[in-house]
Design a protein around this ligand. Structure first.
Ligand SMILES: O=C(O)CCC(=O)C(=O)O
Ligand SMILES: [Fe+2]
Length: 262
C-alpha cells in the first residue's frame, strides 16, 4: 500500500507535460486525468484526480500510465489486493446480516473496479476551498487509502469529524447502495476532504459499484411486518443519473428512492 502511495506521489510530481497526456474530459475513458476545480456549484474544489479502471486487470492494464516505470506493476498488485479484500469484507457483512454469503457478488458489485487517485496540492487559503465537497459515495463499498496527511472528515451527528490517517490502514466506507440493500441497517456516511496550506495530500479511493442495469432493492431476508422496505427498487443506472444531477447530495437523492409512509 505504501508503494502505491509512493508511485502515485511520483506520478503527480512528474513534469506537467508528462502528466497532461492523460488529461481527458471523456467520461468513458478507462484511464483519465482531470481536475475538479470549479465543478461544484457552492465551493471551489482543489483537487486533481487520476481515475483508473483497475480490475479485471487484464482488461485495463494496457491503459494505465507507462510512467513512472513501475506504476503498472504496482497498480496490478494493488488491484489484486483490493479485490481480495473486497471478497473478505463481503463475507463478513453477509454473515453479520444473515444474508447468503454471495449476496453482494454478481450484479451488485458488477462494474469494473475503479480507483480515484486524488491529489490535493497545498492551497494558499484553505478557508476558501475544499478538496472534495460533502457527498456520500454512490456505489456499494469504497476502500480508501489515505497517506500520512490529514484531510478526510465525516459527518457525525451534524458535525464534521476528522478521520486522521493510520499508517497502512484502509478505511471501509459503505456506499449509498449498501444502505438501500440492507434496508438502512448499514449507513453510508457523508464525507468530504479539506485542504491545507502546507502539504500536498494524496488519497486513493477504490469503488465497488453495481452494474448499471442491476436492480437494487432491500434484501428480502431483512424485511418482515416490523421491517417494511424503506426504499423502492430501482436500476443502478437510474440512481446514478439522479446522484450526478444532485451532486451527490445524500438527502436529495434518498428522497427520490425512499418509500413514502402511507
Ligand atoms: O480524500 C479523501 O480522503 C476522500 C476521497 C473521497 O471521498 C472520494 O474519492 O470519494
Ligand atoms: Fe467519497
Amino acid at each position: 500500500m505504501s508503494e502505491m502511495l509512493e508511485i502515485m506521489k511520483e506520478f503527480f510530481n512528474m513534469p506537467l507535460e508528462e502528466r497532461a497526456v492523460h488529461y481527458s474530459e471523456d467520461l468513458c475513458k478507462p484511464v483519465r486525468l482531470f481536475t475538479s476545480t470549479g465543478v461544484h456549484d457552492i465551493v471551489r474544489l482543489w483537487r486533481d484526480c487520476l481515475r483508473m479502471a483497475i480490475s479485471p486487470v487484464e482488461n485495463f492494464k494496457q491503459y494505465w500510465p507507462e510512467k513512472p516505470s513501475n506504476l503498472k506493476k504496482t497498480v496490478e498488485r494493488y488491484a489484486v489486493e483490493m479485490k481480495g479484500l473486497t471478497e473478505k469484507i463481503f463475507v463478513l457483512i453477509t454473515e453479520g446480516l444473515g444474508l447468503e454469503y454471495d449476496y453482494l457478488n454478481g450484479g451488485l458489485s458488477g462494474q469494473p473496479m475503479v480507483s480515484h487517485v486524488n491529489y490535493y496540492p497545498p492551497c494558499p487559503d484553505p478557508s476558501l476551498t475544499l478538496g472534495l465537497a460533502k457527498h456520500c459515495d454512490p456505489g456499494l463499498v469504497t476502500l480508501l487509502l489515505q497517506g500520512d496527511v490529514s484531510g478526510l472528515q465525516i459527518l457525525c451527528n451534524g458535525e464534521w469529524q476528522a478521520v486522521d490517517p493510520v499508517p497502512n490502514a484502509i478505511i471501509v466506507i459503505y456506499g449509498h447502495q449498501m444502505e438501500f440493500v440492507t434496508n438502512g441497517e448499514l449507513k453510508s456516511v457523508e464525507h468530504r476532504a479539506i485542504t491545507n496550506d502546507m502539504l500536498s495530500r494524496i488519497s486513493i479511493a477504490t469503488f465497488i459499484q453495481p452494474a448499471m442495469d442491476c436492480l437494487v432493492a432491500p434484501a428480502k431476508k431483512l424485511l418482515d411486518e416490523k421491517n417494511p422496505p424503506l426504499y423502492k427498487s430501482f436500476l443502478f443506472g437510474d440512481y446514478f443519473a439522479n446522484y450526478v444531477a444532485n451532486l451527490g447530495d445524500k438527502s436529495k437523492v434518498t428522497e427520490h428512492f425512499q418509500n413514502t409512509t402511507p
